[in-house]
Design a protein around this ligand. Structure first.
Ligand SMILES: C[S@@+](CC[C@H](N)C(=O)[O-])C[C@H]1O[C@@H](n2cnc3c(N)ncnc32)[C@H](O)[C@@H]1O
Length: 217
């Protein structure tokens, strides 16, 4: 395991990582899997107001690939498919990923995702680590229907929660597309509004009062 991240078991019994670099957990310590299921799958993927097939998804901060894995499960169950692009600037070390997925191993090509240039295709998902730093990414115009915004908190990464970044994301999204995040901080929501999004404050996962869903108006 790299010295930068170590595994922490959360309250629902599922693992998360702790990053020494950012002094922050990757998921809620109240329950990693239940947070991802609630914020990104239930309030995001399962709540899309329209249903392109495949669904173009951008995840900001792919990390452990938990959201990609849960998305694939949902897509298979619902007979849908997605193009899934990941922006990830500091991929976890392969050994760390192996330890994270020790009890429910992912396919080997998923474990190598961050080291390979080509997308991984399956019937339900085309998965690609397409961008490194979001700030430097050249995103396509009017493409994504759904954005999972899963960066570290605004207190840790203020440069990622700015109006400028949300304007860039809005440009990459289609009309009516949604962005979901665990965060409910006031300044962040004002920045989203300034970037032209309509905001919904929704109940958060267990242990968190609120989360945010934003629609490109
Ligand atoms: C809260 S964790 C993400 C958790 C991830 N979705 C998961 O389920 O494991 C935040 C992630 O954002 C990544 N990150 C940090 N700065 C970034 C940047 N500028 N651009 C893209 N990703 C970044 C981190 O390396 C980390 O993997």
């Amino acid at each position: 395991m790299t010295p930068d991240q170590h595994i922490v078991v959360t309250a629902d019994g599922t693992p998360t990582l702790f990053s020494k670099q950012f002094n922050e957990h990757y998921h809620s310590t109240h329950g990693a899997r239940q947070e991802s299921l609630h914020v990104f799958i239930q309030m995001g993927l399962a709540s899309l107001p329209f249903t392109p097939n495949p669904i173009p998804i951008l995840e900001v901060g792919g990390g452990t690939l938990l959201n990609a894995h849960l998305s694939q499960n949902w897509l298979i169950q619902n007979n849908r498919s997605a193009i899934y692009h990941i922006a990830e600037a500091y991929p976890p070390h392969p050994q760390t990923l192996n330890a994270f997925w020790a009890n429910a191993p992912l396919p080997q090509n998923w474990m190598n995702l961050y080291g390979q240039p080509a997308p991984i295709h399956s019937q339900s998902l085309s998965l690609e680590h397409r961008y490194n730093k979001l700030e430097e990414a050249e995103l396509p115009a009017s493409f994504y229907s759904l954005v999972y915004f899963d960066a570290f908190a605004p207190s840790k990464q203020p440069e990622l929660w700015t109006t400028q970044v949300f304007l860039k994301l809005a440009d990459s999204m289609t009309q009516g597309a949604i962005l979901v995040t665990y965060c409910a901080q006031g300044q962040f929501k004002r920045n989203l509004k300034q970037a032209g999004f309509r905001i919904e404050s929704l109940p958060g996962p267990p242990g968190k009062r609120e989360m945010t869903r934003a629609t490109k108006a």
